[in-house]
Structure formats: structure tokens, C-alpha cells
Design a protein around this ligand. Structure first.
Ligand code: KG4
Ligand code: ZN
Length: 340
């Protein structure tokens, strides 16, 4: 078998297309949308419009890079959800049309499963997690701990009750006057800051759930109080604030992950999603590797954030079992991790 799959990701603000040959990514091309920065968050209407603009040129670019003719494509894959409905509709409609025009099967992919399965994309070291493994998926839209039994079997162990971890970074940054998305900026500022300078309350939530909305409120109240005393407080303490906020978010994330790993006796631990780019989170995980004997898996940066490659690998496993969608399939803004 030598299947070529064209994979379309359009769930949020990035249009990303991959050309896959089995588990190998031949090309992975992403068009980022800069427009959202000036609005402090993703504007759904703009995102859909940009997908419309980008999708054809990005597909052409990906095919050219992969040196693949469109006639060689064996299946068309697309993100069916979860995500912003308007954005999903662009990818879904395009994928359906292409499948119809080329007379090739259509494969619908769950975005959250795809983030996880990105760990199975062929890599140079040939290093892949063994089943069952745990995956902490942390992005601007999600924070989940998933037990992955196979490429077809996902068990949600815990997820956020309110804001996602990436959202916590972005909202904290907004309060501090940073640009959107603030996650990478906080990461950078924190490198010259003391993470023990300020203490923020950690949430009390049942089981393995997460909650980040309280943290945002406590940062807001704390800063309002300090700025009333010293209008330059944020500027004078930027690095220490960034480091302290970052440490609080990472501590919250790792506390539950460590609990689940211990309770299920699983030592194969993976992270996925945009926040897995965070250098302090990566460092904290490497420390866990030493202290708890974890085997830690962090995907290549281009497969951490939303990308076509992860849709392509998830689609490949569905192709193997001929799990194809029909043309009546619908994009779904909400889709649990264990739903196909
Ligand atoms: O997975 P992603 O690209 O898009 C979705 O939300 O699906 O994740 C984007 C999120 C944003 O909230 C961004 O602030 C966060 O990932 N992020 C980071 C870092 N890089 C991206 N957060 C903390 N540290 C980073 N280095
Ligand atoms: Zn995502």
C-alpha cells in the first residue's frame, strides 16, 4: 500500500494542508492569519473568510512541495470538529467537493484525536509512544488528559470546566497589556523572571478536571490592587509576573497529569497542542522523566500547533480500516474526543 492522502485542517484560524504518504508527511503547509492580533483574539468571521482565500493556494503549494499530482491522491481528509463552525464549514465543503470531483473517498477527522495521533507521524528518531499512553492536549481551545488505548480508542480522563490552558496564558497576557496570542510572549518574558515572585490561587476541582477561570480573576484583582498603588507595577515586574503566572499554569497542568499517570500506572506520557511549545512545560516534563521514570513524547514544533499533518495521520488510520464518510456528513463545533 502506498496511499496518498490530502488532509485539510481549518478548525480555527490556521489553514493547513498536508500531503501524506502513509505515516510520512510529504508536505505540511500552513497559512497563519495575522488579522486576529489587533482584535486580541480569533474573530470567527475573519477566520472563515481567510480560509476561503487561503485554501486553494495552500493546496496547490502543498502538492507542488510534495511533488504529487492531484490525480495521484487516494483520499481527501478534513477536520470535522471540534472548532469554529464557520471555519470548519470551509474545509468540510471543500473536502466534499474535491472528493466528488476526483471520485475519491472522504475521511472525516476529529481534531482532538488528530492532535494526539500527531505522535505517530513518521519521525527521524523512530520514537513513538507505546499504547496505552496518556496525552495532555493543551491549546487555545482545549485542555484534556486522554488515555489512548489504540489509534481508534480514546478515553477522556479529565478536561477543563471553563477556560483552556492556552486561553489562560492569553487572558493573563491581555490583563498585562500583552499582544494576542500572549502564550509565546509570556514564555519568552518568563525566561528572565523569578517564578516564585508572586503566588496565585490554584483551583479546587473534583477528579482530574481543570479550571483556569479563577486564575484569570485572581490575576486581574491582584494587578488592579497593585496598579492602584504603583501605576508602573506591571512594567516594573513584567518578567517576574510572566514567570509566576506561567509556573502556576504549569503546576496546575502537571498536578492532574501526575495523578492520572500514578493512578493508571502509565509512564508513557505525551503532550500536544499549542501550549506544548512552552519551554517551561517542556522542562518540567523532562524533570518528571528523571524523577518518575516517565517516557516523555513531545512532537516536533510544526506538529504541536494546528497542522494538516495531524489530520493526515489520523486519516491514515481510518483509511486502513476503510472508515470513510459519506457526502451527507456534517461539521460539528462540539465533538467529544472519543467520537468519530
Ligand atoms: O493548538 P493551537 O495552535 O491552536 C488552538 O488553540 O487549537 O494553540 C494556540 C495556543 C494559544 O493560546 C497560544 O497562546 C498558546 O497555544 N501557545 C503557548 C506557546 N505557544 C503557543 N502558550 C504558552 N507558551 C508558548 N510557548
Ligand atoms: Zn488544535
Amino acid at each position: 500500500m502506498n496511499e496518498i492522502i490530502l488532509a485539510i485542517e481549518s478548525s480555527c484560524d490556521d489553514t493547513s494542508i498536508a500531503i501524506m504518504q502513509q505515516r510520512k508527511v510529504l508536505a505540511n503547509v500552513t497559512a497563519n492569519q495575522q488579522i486576529h492580533a489587533e482584535y486580541g483574539g480569533v474573530v470567527p468571521e475573519f477566520a472563515s473568510r481567510a480560509h476561503q482565500q487561503n485554501i486553494v493556494p495552500i493546496i496547490s503549494k502543498a502538492l507542488a512541495l510534495a511533488k504529487i499530482e492531484i490525480s495521484q491522491v487516494d483520499a481527501i481528509a478534513f477536520t470535522a470538529g471540534p472548532g469554529l463552525l464557520g471555519s470548519l464549514l470551509v474545509g468540510t465543503s471543500f473536502a466534499k467537493s474535491l472528493s466528488l470531483a476526483l471520485n475519491k473517498p472522504l475521511i472525516e477527522v476529529n481534531h482532538m484525536q488528530a492532535h494526539i495521533l500527531a505522535h505517530l507521524i513518521e519521525n527521524e528518531e523512530g520514537k513513538y509512544p507505546n499504547f496505552p499512553f496518556l496525552c495532555l492536549t493543551v491549546s487555545g481551545g482545549h485542555s484534556q488528559i486522554v488515555k489512548v488505548n489504540s489509534p481508534y480508542d480514546f478515553e477522556l480522563m479529565g478536561e477543563t470546566l471553563d477556560d483552556a490552558a492556552g486561553e489562560a496564558f492569553d487572558k493573563a497576557g491581555k490583563i498585562m497589556g500583552l499582544e494576542y496570542p500572549a502564550g509565546p510572549i509570556i514564555d519568552k518574558l518568563a525566561q528572565d523572571g523569578n517564578p516564585l515572585s508572586f503566588k496565585f490561587a490554584k483551583p479546587k476541582v473534583p477528579g482530574y478536571s481543570y479550571s483556569f477561570s479563577g486564575l484569570k480573576t485572581s490575576i486581574l484583582y491582584f494587578l488592579q490592587k497593585q496598579v492602584a498603588l504603583n501605576p508602573n507595577f506591571v512594567a516594573e515586574n513584567l518578567h517576574d509576573l510572566a514567570a509566576s503566572i506561567q509556573k502556576t499554569i504549569i503546576d496546575i497542568l502537571l498536578e492532574n497529569l501526575t495523578k492520572v499517570a500514578k493512578d493508571l500506572n502509565i509512564k508513557e506520557i505525551a503532550i500536544a497542542g499549542g501550549v506544548s511549545a512552552n519551554s517551561a512545560l517542556r522542562k518540567a516534563l523532562r524533570e518528571k522523566k528523571e524523577s518518575l521514570n516517565w517516557e516523555v513524547f513531545i512532537p516536533e514544533m510544526q506538529y504541536c500547533t494546528d497542522n494538516g499533518g495531524m489530520i493526515g495521520i489520523a486519516a491514515y488510520y481510518k483509511y486502513l480500516v476503510q472508515d470513510f464518510a459519506d457526502l451527507s456528513t456534517l461539521a460539528q463545533a462540539r465533538k467529544p474526543v472519543n467520537a468519530f
